[in-house]
Write a protein that binds this ligand. Structure first.
Ligand code: URA
Ligand code: CA
Length: 433
């Protein structure tokens, strides 16, 4: 087999075989196929697309390019959740204990990653003593005992995706549905989950800005997941403004605690119930989505979800007393109010700019090596549709430095107001099975 023939066949719109796709991906991973041939191949896929079978073969080839997590020692159906990424997205911190509290095993691998705030692992580390480095045996034991454990990413998962993503980034081939869908799904499948719930974000703060694109991506990922033997459901949710109120690491932990107590922001709580009920359903702990949702609502009301969060924190060495006393979380030295400049209704909160404002305070990492400040971030006091009067606080800044004029400016730029009443966006646009 020769790579040039495979590129030519894709260029001319033919469907590639499993053997051809395996040849290209394994050859690229081990260095036999050079970047320039893979670039041409990615561009051919960009223009000619891939059939369902090709997408499944491509995803499986990337899964097989590296280590695969084996969760078979954990009893039950392991359901994982993945978000395509947004600003202030605290759902994992809430969903993990919530879903585990009704018996679905949560064996989560999470990253630190780059972004406006840290990843789930960073957020958990704002709880004193919390340990994310667990060996495989301890991880398995904890999930079997408590139904929940979170471990930092380790091992060499999907090296083909890492290499290909780097190449796509500099060859104008990121923006391709088969390439995005296979990239995301290969990582989820290699992480060992039996079933997957996807939260595909759409809107100004999302990777997929428009709804049609988000739907197309969601369909592609559901098809790949199901085709690879992992039952998959995708929820399409709004990211035209940050989710919830808090954007920052310790601030989001506090928001997660509030939500597990039943006092969280409405949008965040609703999204968690929407995603969580699908996880419980796929985990076969309920016969319908409605039944699953009722179980989760009951787990919040009865305090069972919060109890699971406590057990989880203690089991990984953390100080679980933060749940009753959130003031024990890292706290910034200063707070500042960003005041509305005029009367009106909030019509827009550009999520990206809010994210950048939070990372300017130190909540996010700019490079893999940078340190993040777990205490700092923003709390949104007004969301889209809310009425504001001149002088009302739009946002509270939590900062460890006194000079925040650039952050204030960024926040003012992110907020737009209108004189007439504005309808809030829908939160859930679609669910794809
Ligand atoms: N996120 C990924 O993991 N892969 C892509 O290709 C795009 C977004
Ligand atoms: Ca939030």
């Amino acid at each position: 087999m020769r790579m040039i023939d495979i590129i030519e066949r894709k260029r001319d719109g033919f469907e590639l075989t499993k053997e051809e796709i395996d040849f290209a991906i394994s050859g690229y991973t081990n260095g036999d196929i050079p970047d320039y041939q893979m670039s041409a191949f990615a561009m051919a896929i960009y223009f000619k697309d891939m059939t369902k079978d090709e997408r499944i073969h491509l995803t499986k080839a990337m899964v097989e390019s590296g280590d695969q997590v084996d969760l078979s020692a954990i009893a039950g159906i392991k359901v994982d959740k993945h978000s395509t990424g947004g600003v202030g997205d605290t759902t994992t911190l809430i969903l993990a204990p919530l879903v585990a509290s009704v018996g679905v095993p949560i064996a989560k691998m999470s990253g630190r990653g780059l972004g406006h705030t840290g990843g789930t692992v960073d957020k958990l580390e704002s709880i004193k003593g919390f340990q994310v480095e667990l060996d495989g045996t301890t991880f398995t034991e904890l999930v079997n005992k408590n139904k929940i454990a979170v471990v930092g990413q380790s091992g060499n998962l999907t090296p083909a995706d890492k290499k290909l993503y780097g190449l796509r980034d500099v060859t104008a081939t990121v923006d391709s549905i088969p390439l995005i869908a296979s990239s995301i799904m290969s990582k989820k499948i290699a992480s060992g989950a039996d079933a997957i719930v996807l939260d595909v974000k759409t809107g100004s703060g999302a990777f997929m800005k428009d709804l049609d694109g988000a739907k197309e991506l969601a369909h592609a990922m559901v098809q790949i997941g199901n085709g690879a033997g992992r039952e998959t459901i995708a929820v399409i949710s709004d990211m035209n403004q940050p989710l919830g109120f808090a954007v920052g690491n310790a601030l989001e932990v506090k928001e997660a605690i509030d939500t597990l107590k039943g006092n969280g922001p409405e949008d965040l709580a609703e999204l968690c119930l929407t995603l969580g009920s699908r996880m419980v359903y796929l985990g076969k702990k309920a016969d319908s989505i409605e039944e699953a949702r009722a179980m989760l609502e009951e787990a919040i009301q009865s305090g069972k979800a919060l109890e699971t969060f406590k057990t989880f924190i203690s089991a990984q060495g953390g100080d679980a007393s933060v749940i009753d006393e959130p003031s024990k979380l890292p706290t910034a030295s200063f707070t500042f109010e960003v005041e509305a400049k005029e009367d009106g209704y909030v019509s827009e909160i550009t999520a990206d700019e809010i994210g950048i404002a939070a990372s300017m305070l130190g909540a996010g990492r700019l490079t893999k090596e940078s340190e993040i400040d777990l205490a700092v971030g923003l709390v949104l006091n007004k969301k889209i549709g809310d009425k504001v009067k001149k002088g009302d606080s739009l946002v509270t800044i939590h900062s460890n430095r006194e000079e925040v004029s650039e952050v204030v400016e960024k926040i003012h730029h992110a907020y737009n107001t209108s004189e007439t009443k504005v309808e809030a966006h829908s939160l859930i646009y679609d669910v794809i099975y």
